[in-house]
Ligand binder design. Structure first.
Ligand code: ATP
Ligand code: MG
Ligand code: FE
Length: 348
C-alpha cells in the first residue's frame, strides 16, 4: 500500500510517499520533498511559531504535488495519509494534521497520526545499512536528548535523558554566542574543523553521574564565560572555542551511549536526530563501537533533521507491525507534548 507522510512539527515542511509491502522488512521510499524555513526565521534568531504555521500552510500542498509527480502517482493512489501528531509547535502541528485529515476525508482514505520522535528513531531503517531490533537508540535532536532501549516498533524504554537543554540546543546556543547564526549546529561543527578540541577546558556535565541522564545547560554558560574572557581575542580563537565546545558535547554523548550498551548488554546502537549528522560524533562512535564489536547505524545525512520520509516510514512500520490501525475518524487531537515511551501499542 502507498502511505503519504506529512511533517510540520517545527520549521520544516516535509512530504513523502512510501510503499509498504507485507512480508518485507522495510518500506520503500518512493519520493520525498522538503521545504526548510530556516532562512525565514534566521532574522529572528530562532523559530517564530506563528510564521512557521503560516508557511506550512503555503508549502504543504505544493510539496505534496511534487512528491506524487516524482513518484508517478496521483492522490487517488494513496492508501493512508500519515501526519505528525506531536510533539512540536501546536500551530505548526495543526496545519499538518488538518491537511492530512482533510485529504483523508476527501479521498475516503484512513489517516494516522505519528509520533515525531518515532519518526527520527526509525529513520535509519531507510539507510543502506538498516538496523535490526533490539538496539540502543541515541536520539539527539534540537529538542530532545534521550537514550532508549528499543525492542521493536512501539517498544521503547527510556534509559536516560537530558535534565535541561538538548544536545542540538547546546550546539545552537553556543553557536549563537559565537555569532554563527541560527540554527548554528552545522556552522559550529564546520568551524570546529579548523580548531583545537583541547584548546579550552569545558565541563562535561553528568559524565560520571552513574546514570544515563544528560545536562547541557551549564556548557553554554561556560562557553559564554570563555568568550567574555577572550574579549578582543575571541575572533582569533573562535575555531578553537567551537572545537572545544563540540568535543565536550560529543564526549558525553559517546560515553553515555557506551554505558547504555554495556548496561543493556545490547550490541547494536542506532543514532537518530539532527545531531546525528555531526561528523565528530559519527567518527568517535564508529571508533568506539568498532573496538567493542558493536554495530552502529545512522540515518542518511539528509534524513537526520526533520523530513516527511521518516513520518511516512514510521506510519508504514506501525501499520505493518500491527501496532496501530489507520482511522477514518477525521477528528484529530494534536499532542504538542508527548513522551515517546508513552506511545506503547495500539492507539486510535
Ligand atoms: P525535535 O525533533 O526534538 O523536536 P528538531 O526537530 O528541531 O527537534 P532535528 O531537526 O532533529 O531537531 O535537529 C535539528 C538540530 O540538529 C539543530 O539543533 C541543529 O543545530 C542540529 N544539527 C544539525 N546538523 C548538525 C551537525 N552537523 N552538527 C551538530 N548539530 C547539528
Ligand atoms: Mg528544524
Ligand atoms: Fe525533529
Amino acid at each position: 500500500s502507498l502511505i503519504l507522510g506529512i511533517e510540520s512539527s517545527c520549521d520544516e515542511t516535509g512530504v513523502a510517499l512510501v510503499r509498504s509491502t507485507p512480508g518485507t522488512a522495510v518500506p520503500t521510499l518512493l519520493a520525498h520533498a522538503l521545504h526548510s524555513q530556516i532562512d525565514m526565521h534566521q532574522a529572528y534568531g530562532g523559530v517564530v511559531p506563528e510564521l512557521a504555521s503560516r508557511d506550512h500552510i503555503r508549502r504543504v500542498l505544493p510539496l505534496t504535488s511534487t512528491v506524487l509527480a516524482e513518484a508517478g502517482h496521483t492522490l487517488a493512489d494513496v492508501d493512508v495519509v500519515a501526519y505528525t501528531r506531536g510533539p512540536g509547535l501546536a500551530g505548526a502541528l495543526l496545519v499538518g494534521a488538518g491537511v492530512a485529515c482533510a485529504l483523508g476525508a476527501a479521498l475516503g482514505k484512513p489517516v494516522l497520526g505519528v509520533h515525531h520522535l518515532e519518526g527520527h528513531l526509525l529513520s535509519p531503517f531507510l539507510s543502506a545499512d538498516p538496523p535490526e531490533f533490539p538496539f540502543v537508540a541515541l536520539l539527539v535532536s534540537g529538542g530532545h536528548t534521550q537514550l532508549m532501549r528499543v525492542d521493536g516498533v512501539g517498544q521503547y524504554e527510556l534509559l536516560g535523558e537530558t535534565i535541561d537543554d538538548a544536545a542540538g540546543e547546546a550546539f545552537d546556543k553556543s553557536a549563537k554566542l559565537l555569532g554563527l547564526g541560527y540554527p548554528g549546529g552545522p556552522a559550529l561543527s564546520r568551524l570546529a574543523e579548523q580548531g583545537q578540541p583541547d584548546a579550552f577546558k569545558l565541563p562535561r556535565p553528568l559524565l560520571h553521574s552513574g546514570n544515563l541522564d544528560f545536562s547541557f545547560a551549564g556548557l553554554k554558560t561556560a562557553v559564554l564565560t570563555q568568550a567574555k574572557k577572550l574579549g578582543g581575542d575571541l575572533e582569533a580563537r573562535k575555531a578553537d572555542l567551537a572545537a572545544s565546545t563540540q568535543a565536550a558535547i560529543v564526549d558525553v554523548l559517546v560515553k553515555k551511549s557506551l554505558t547504555a550498551l554495556k548496561e543493556t548488554g545490547l550490541r547494536r546502537l542506532v543514532v537518530a536526530g539532527g545531531v546525528g549528522a555531526n561528523r565528530l560524533l559519527r567518527e568517535q562512535l564508529n571508533a568506539a563501537c568498532q573496538r567493542q564489536q558493536i554495530r552502529v547505524h545512522y540515518p542518511e545525512l539528509h534524513l537526520c533533521t526533520d523530513n516527511g520520509a521518516m513520518i511516512a516510514l514510521a506510519a508504514a512500520m506501525r501499520l505493518q507491525s500491527g501496532q496501530q490501525q489507520a482511522t477514518t475518524t477525521y477528528a484529530f487531537d494534536i499532542k504538542p507534548r508527548w513522551p515517546l515511551d508513552a506511545l506503547g501499542g495500539t492507539t486510535p
